[in-house]
Design a protein around this ligand. Structure first.
Ligand code: P6P
Length: 352
């Protein structure tokens, strides 16, 4: 029997809270509740193929996508784990168009939680890893019970962020700004146990790039040149990177966090802000990446400096090993410094 003490996520949270004498325990309670919801979701995801949970509800979510039953289930589980606690002033979810107020029958508190309940859900039927992503902010509005302003905060103001990856094992990874810590669910006892303390993105780490190259034809020139460079196809001296793309953000990011590498979801001609959501996808993962020694950018600057305008706004995302993200920013900067084509005098005269 190992002499190493078994650290549950509950113990880890309590020990972290003790460092803040003024802590009321509200914040710790929210993290417990998210961990509880993750266990409930993990159980259903594991049984998805058996429990006939799959299949379309026929409804459409705010993203215009058909909603799978597990999406709805995951949203409901997280909402019900948090709505009655008296610690929140509201929530935002990928599955709900508007700000989610705390039901009048419950008291409110000083935090708000934003979440993507089941990211990558289109992969579920292929048994590919999916994930939950969450972001926690402090209440900032004057509204007595909270309002959308409490959710529309830049990523650098997050008090905590994390994700759950439902893969070969179920892992919960979170940060409160004091290191990034990973917990693996031990199903036989139903506890998340500390398995990856103080995660740091290896530097330089593995030379892996992760992007959907099917969009190559839609990318702006800088993005095309970047990927050509990563593939060693631009005549440069460097050894080509390896390509890995699961098509499930949490799984692709988790790999980069542990091995190094860079995940990209660029802007393109069809989607000028990319596909991924700022508040409950990019910003929480950016907090994790930064506290693990990595970087997260929209291609021009830090994700967590972006001032949000709306709950579901999209952003391009470059995240992972700092040196690789900085390389991406350099290539993309060339698109912004390309001189406009010279216009001939004749064209000006002709009012072209
Ligand atoms: P594409 C899954 O639908 C998701 O939202 C992310 O999890 C994933 O990174 C991305 O979309 C994949 O998008 O366009 O490459 O299929």
């Amino acid at each position: 029997m190992s002499s190493k003490s078994v650290v549950t996520i509950e113990r880890h949270i309590i020990e972290a809270e003790r460092q803040f004498p003024e802590a009321t325990g509200a914040f710790s309670s929210i993290l417990y509740d998210v961990a509880f919801a993750a266990k409930m979701i993990a159980r259903e995801v594991r049984r998805a193929g058996l429990a006939d949970v799959l299949g379309y509800t026929g409804e459409v979510n705010v993203q215009g996508e058909e909603v799978k039953k597990l999406d709805e289930f995951a949203h409901e589980v997280i909402f019900k784990a948090l709505d009655h606690t008296g610690h929140l002033c509201g929530m935002a979810s990928e599955e709900v168009e508007d700000f989610i107020s705390i039901p009048d029958r419950f008291p409110t508190g000083k935090y708000c939680v934003l979440f993507d309940p089941l990211d990558g859900s289109s992969n579920i039927e292929a048994n590919v890893s999916v994930g939950t992503i969450f972001s926690i902010h402090r209440k900032v509005s004057d509204h007595p019970r909270g309002c959308v302003e409490d959710c529309l905060q830049p990523g650098y103001k997050q008090v905590a962020a994390g994700y759950v990856v439902y893969g070969s094992s179920t892992m919960l990874v979170y940060t409160t700004g004091n290191g990034v810590h990973g917990f693996t669910l031990e199903p036989s006892i139903g506890e998340f146990l500390l398995s990856h303390p103080n995660i740091r993105i290896p530097s330089p780490g593995q030379r892996i790039y992760s992007v959907n190259e099917g969009n190559y034809g839609k990318w702006f020139p800088g993005q095309q040149r970047l990927v050509d460079h990563l593939k060693g196809q631009d005549g440069g001296p460097q050894k080509p990177f390896s390509a890995r793309y699961i098509g499930s953000l949490v799984a692709d990011f988790h790999r980069n966090l542990l091995y190094g590498g860079m995940f990209m979801y660029p802007a393109d001609a069809k989607s000028p802000n990319g596909k991924l959501r700022l508040l409950y996808e990019a910003a929480p993962l950016a907090m994790i990446a930064e506290h693990a020694g990595g970087r997260a950018s929209d291609g021009t600057g830090p994700i967590n400096q972006i001032m949000p305008r709306s709950l579901h706004q999209r952003t391009p995302l470059y995240i992972g090993t700092t040196e690789f993200v900085q390389m991406a920013e350099q290539f993309l900067a060339e698109d912004r410094t390309v001189e406009p084509e010279a216009v001939s005098i004749e064209a000006i005269a002709a009012g072209v």
